[in-house]
Design a protein around this ligand. Structure first.
Ligand code: ZN
Length: 159
């Protein structure tokens, strides 16, 4: 039986590969922990300060992304999104170049520069068309309460 620990190991390995392949000019300059998060309905991943540390970072990835129906490029893309925040200085000790983590499409632009434009578009499309099916398959009601649906954007899947 594959469990959380296996997912965590997989994430650590995959994240290290993605950093090596895409951000080798930057380097990891603090403790960066990557872990499997909850089965969240509307968050694919997030980055935050690691609790109880001074200046370390924690990335958590929605554990539903390990569902066998989710293509691997989507999982990679979610990790890349959070890594982009990391290297743009959000919840990390890297130099902060932007005031807001998403305004002006700074993540998308960075991913484009790193050659991820196609995967980004493919992933966004896949998420839009398939995420609710993944929720249903895992016994999670995909309906969003009216209050939160107002102004809801697919991009807000990312934190
Ligand atoms: Zn984000």
């Amino acid at each position: 039986m594959v469990g959380k620990k296996d997912y965590d190991n997989f994430l650590a390995k995959r994240t290290a590969e993605l950093i090596r392949e895409n951000f080798s000019h930057k380097g990891v300059t603090n403790l960066l922990v990557v872990k499997t998060g909850g089965k969240w309905k509307r968050t694919l991943g997030h980055i935050k300060p690691l609790k109880g540390s001074s200046g370390d970072s924690l990335i958590e990835i929605n554990s539903l992304l390990f569902d066998l129906d989710v293509p691997e490029f989507v999982l990679n893309y979610v990790i890349m999104h959070e890594l982009t925040h990391y290297f743009q200085g959000f919840c990390s000790n890297h130099e902060k170049r932007h005031r807001h983590p998403h305004k002006g499409g700074v993540v998308e632009k960075e991913l484009e520069r790193r050659g991820w434009k196609e995967i980004q578009e493919k992933s966004d499309k896949w998420i839009k068309n398939n995420w609710d099916k993944i929720l249903l398959k895992n016994d999670i009601d995909p309906t969003v309460k009216r209050k939160t649906r107002k102004g809801f954007k697919w991009k807000s899947f990312f934190r």
